[in-house]
Design a binder for this molecule. Sequence first.
Ligand SMILES: [Zn+2]
Length: 82
Amino acid sequence: MMMKKLDKKTSTYKIDLSAIEEDGTFECPKCGKAISPDDESEDNYQILDTTVVNDELAELVISCAKCKSTIKLTGFQQGLDA
Ligand SMILES: [Zn+2]
């Protein structure tokens, strides 16, 4: 199992998607660039790591394409309607 150590000089931000807008778009905490998890073009971000629990995406670690900040996304919808 490969463990990537995060550079301590690089800040890691954490965003709870369940607390933001419906379409999942959020702004980079550092540079304010709008990032949509549905945009898979990698123009806005790069996926560094994903965590899947029970076939559901539980955690997504991305890197902002503009400022290179590491952003950890949690709170993905689990396919349940409240
Ligand atoms: Zn950024």
